[in-house]
Design a protein around this ligand. Structure first.
Ligand code: SAM
Length: 293
């Protein structure tokens, strides 16, 4: 039997069903078994693991996950795919299928039920139209997740794994680094999918920190500063932050804070590491507390 994640395997399976590709769901199915093996290897799946797969499609990645993992929970939004997946894997004891939008699933409850004592691993060939919301949803909600191994658009992978000072480095890079360590596993050309998308892809692994890698007094404020710094990335940090009404800090005071924290008033946000953003945030926080008292 051909693997589903091969051109013939995918064609054979699709010929059996009246399936119509839904562009709105970002459906590009993986048809390359070498890439599939790279995903499984990078995710380091063992029989001890409970894996959450987002968007199983016709089961190209699911088939291999079921072989390697202790348990696989797959969440798929497209109702056309439910009978296909049930027919393929419904007999497997370690497989559970949920017909739902991943952004609407109560993941905390689901993980508690399915993997009460062990952090789960997430694996997905993500639909491109909601890549960032899904990643941030997984990271921001304090879920017991060990790692996230995902196929994303090449540009997104480059952005998320970029060092400070690079053109691709952005607010999302710093935010992701707050929660996890990104690692670019492999680049994947567009001809590895059916239908062929207009962009290339890459496999990215995010290893989550058990505790946040950076300690900061006020997390909401840290994220506000990061956002404001990249909103006008051509400006110096001083001008970008002073122009931001949401932060509400007068320019003169900001200048002193930037200098005292050794971040520097004439630096640009795009050159700052997460640690530097955190240091600045704590200085601003201390200044505000002092002002109040
Ligand atoms: N995993 C399959 C593969 O590698 O061939 C399919 C990947 S395809 C890029 C993305 C999948 O995510 C599709 O099956 C699509 O229907 C599903 N999907 C899209 N939006 C979703 C959402 N909000 N929640 C759950 N699944 C979603």
């Amino acid at each position: 039997m051909e693997k589903i994640a091969s051109p013939q395997g995918t064609k054979d399976l699709l010929n059996k069903y009246p399936f119509v590709f839904q562009k709105k769901f970002g459906q590009n199915f993986l048809i390359d078994t070498h890439v599939l093996n790279k995903i499984i290897d990078a995710a380091e799946i063992t029989k001890e693991d409970c894996v959450l797969e987002i968007g199983p499609g016709i089961g190209s990645v699911t088939e291999e996950l079921i072989e390697h993992a202790g348990k696989v929970i797959a969440v798929e939004i497209d109702k056309q795919l439910i009978p296909i997946l049930e027919e393929q894997f419904g007999q497997k004891e370690n497989f559970r299928l949920i017909h739902q939008d991943i952004l609407k699933v109560d993941l905390k409850k689901l993980i508690e039920e399915e993997s009460p004592n062990k952090r789960i691993k997430v694996v997905a060939n993500l639909p491109y139209y909601i890549t960032t919301p899904i990643i941030m949803h997984l990271l921001e909600n304090e879920l017991p997740i060990e790692s996230i191994t995902i196929m994303v658009q090449k540009e997104v992978a480059d952005r998320l794994s970029s060092p400070p000072g690079n053109k691709q480095y952005g607010a999302i890079t710093v935010a992701v680094n707050y929660y996890a360590k990104p690692y670019l596993v492999a680049n994947v050309p567009r001809n590895c999918f059916m239908p062929r998308p207009n962009v290339d892809s890459a496999v990215l692994r995010l290893t989550l920190n058990e505790t946040s890698g950076v300690e900061v007094n006020n997390r909401a404020q840290l994220f506000k500063i990061i956002k404001a710094s990249f909103l006008q990335r051509r400006k110096t940090l001083l001008n970008a932050l002073a122009a931001n009404a949401d932060l509400g800090l007068p320019k003169e005071e900001l200048k002193t804070l930037l200098e005292d924290s050794h971040v520097g008033a004439s630096t640009r946000g795009e050159t700052l590491s997460l640690q530097e953003f955190a240091r600045l945030s704590d200085y601003i926080d201390a200044f505000r507390t002092q002002k109040k008292s």
